[in-house]
Design a protein around this ligand. Structure first.
Ligand code: ZN
Length: 287
């Protein structure tokens, strides 16, 4: 799907596994910036490779034209096809400096953040050619430029990118989707990051990983809804934790997800522990 003059979005469906072993359908977006060559933002899962090649061919381009692959962060659904893309295009791969170790050593990532489907989602490790930090810029061809913002919270290695020329903000997993599984590791950083993105001027399109592209006035509304959702998860967590303080983390998560009408999924324990660390704060928007 073409979003602006230069930018295309491609939705990648993939099966994920819930904590009870059931299959849960997920999706992740990858983005292309077309210029003389192609900059790609996130690679999707390993099985996405043929979908990516098909899309490029359908729009008159080819994977060999990719000269830059930017990972918003190191999670498997964002780096999975990276090795295949690098192999076919010999592109440069870049990511935040904190993402490097988990992208270059996927076994290390699996040991430190095990998820059931990890190895089926990731083709292999990818060498990072350049590391990024908050405030950096990437100059593409034809005068196109990306500004880098460090937006931790979902993960400590997450970056968002702003394409000023087209007014497009690529936010990766920085903005939790209301009503979806809450997955993050630092609630305070998460809120600060969303506020930072909300303050950006000139954003016409929000391109997230878990959400269809959002346009115009709806962007700030979407960010506000996300902040409300984080507060809602916080209130549910505080309430259940206060009623039954001796629950083990798994049971606590289970009750919280049930209250939120969410299926049981792995990795939510990390999010709930992050809320518990802030349990003395009733209103997260005040901190
Ligand atoms: Zn992620």
């Amino acid at each position: 799907m073409q979003i602006t003059e230069n930018i295309h979005a491609l939705k990648i469906p993939f099966p994920s596994t819930g904590s009870a072993g059931q299959t849960v359908e997920r999706f992740v977006y990858v983005y292309f910036i077309y210029g003389k060559r192609i900059c790609m933002i996130d690679s999707g899962v390993s099985s996405a490779f043929s979908t990516i090649v098909d899309y490029l061919n359908k729009t008159g381009r080819s994977p060999e034209e990719i000269n830059l692959l930017i990972f918003t962060h190191s999670h498997p659904d964002h780096i999975g096809a990276g090795q295949l893309i690098k192999k076919v295009s010999n592109c440069q791969a870049v990511a935040h400096h904190a993402a490097r170790s988990w992208i270059e050593d996927i076994d290390l990532q699996y040991r430190e953040r095990p998820t059931g489907t990890f190895y089926s989602l990731v083709a292999g490790p990818v060498d990072i050619d350049r590391v990024l930090k908050d405030g950096d810029h990437i100059d593409l061809e034809d005068g196109q430029r990306l500004s880098i913002y460090h937006t931790p919270g979902h993960s400590q290695d997450l970056i968002s990118l702003f394409h000023e020329q087209d007014g497009v903000l690529f936010a990766g997993d920085a903005i939790p989707v209301p009503g979806d599984r809450p997955i993050y590791e630092d609630v305070f950083a998460l809120i600060q990051s969303i506020r930072k993105l909300k303050d950006l001027e000139g954003v016409n399109v929000l391109c997230s990983s878990w959400l269809d592209p959002v346009f115009g006035d709806k962007i700030r509304t979407e960010m506000d809804k996300s902040l409300d959702y984080i507060q809602q998860v916080h209130e549910v967590t505080r309430k259940i934790n206060a009623e039954a303080p001796s629950l083990d983390p798994k049971e606590l998560c289970s009750r919280i997800l049930k209250t939120l009408n969410q299926p049981e999924v792995p990795n939510v324990i990390t999010s709930i522990e992050a809320h518990i660390r802030l349990k003395d704060h009733a209103d997260l928007m005040d901190i």
